[in-house]
Design a protein around this ligand. Structure first.
Ligand code: SAM
Length: 243
């Protein structure tokens, strides 16, 4: 059923906080089937041993690395874009930067992480995989880094995956570092489903973060200098092409 005329279906996603389901509907809105994340994950190409190890480490230690479907989508978009230089905000243990470096063999990557222990672990993984010459890890708060720290470089792609709720600050600070025609990718817009809940159902301590993320999405979708699309993959991604 999946194989025939798969591409003509519109895919919508219904998020339950602890149980995700995907529904495939045709253009008249008829629900044809639903399948679980597990099924989709089985379709993803196998990763090398070091990436499987990092995924397990992240799971065991509650490090929020990119969700697999989001990661695969980002890599596919980057393969189409073919950036030579990428800036990432939010290294964590280096998973996404190493996956980008592996997929895009010509690209050099600069990634910023404020948690020193995580950054050092990322560097260790990069050395083990021989990627340390292509990925520069800068330890520090991305909101305090200067153009000098970045070697006054500009980038073809910027990937924002750091503190949720601060995306507008990140975007405004780093947009001037984007080359003309470049693309800014932002992950985590769905906030693991929180973003889609009525505000009354969002835990009080998370409401500011959710409101900030909503305001950021609206601001960016209407930004005159960027052509932006929201992709409901992984934890929700915004893809903004500089006009
Ligand atoms: N991109 C990583 C991956 O998929 O492998 C995951 C990044 S994780 C979602 C977010 C990371 O951003 C955390 O490690 C956090 O310490 C870092 N972070 C949050 N705010 C930051 C800031 N202002 N400057 C630098 N790093 C920040």
């Amino acid at each position: 059923m999946l194989s025939h005329s798969f591409s003509c279906y519109v895919i919508i996603r219904v998020v339950f906080l602890h149980n995700r389901a995907y529904y495939f509907i045709d253009l008249k809105g008829l629900v044809l089937m639903n399948i679980s994340d597990d099924f989709l994950k089985d379709l993803i190409k196998p990763r090398s041993a070091i990436f499987l190890e990092m995924e397990q480490y992240a799971k065991d230690n509650h490090v929020p690395i990119m969700q697999l479907m989001g990661m695969e989508s980002l890599l596919q978009l980057l393969s189409l874009q073919k950036p030579m230089s990428i800036l990432e905000l939010g290294t964590a243990i280096g998973y996404s930067s190493m996956r980008m470096a592996t997929k895009l063999e010509q690209a050099s990557i600069v990634t910023i992480e404020r948690d020193e222990a995580k950054a050092n672990l990322a560097k260790a993984y990069m050395e083990r995989s021989g990627l340390q010459h292509r990925i520069q890890v800068i330890i520090g708060d991305a909101l305090e880094i200067s153009a000098n720290d970045l070697g006054n470089s500009k980038f073809d792609a910027i990937f924002i995956d750091a503190a949720k709720g601060q995306y507008k600050n990140f975007f405004e600070k780093y947009a001037p570092f984007l080359n003309d025609g470049g693309v800014i990718y932002c992950d985590n817009l769905l906030l693991n489903g929180l973003s889609e809940l009525p505000m009354s159902e969002v835990p009080r301590r998370k409401r500011t973060m959710v409101r900030n993320q909503h305001q950021f999405m609206e601001w960016l979708m209407n930004h005159p200098d960027y052509d932006t699309a929201f992709l409901p993959v992984g934890d929700g991604m915004l893809v903004s092409i500089k006009r």
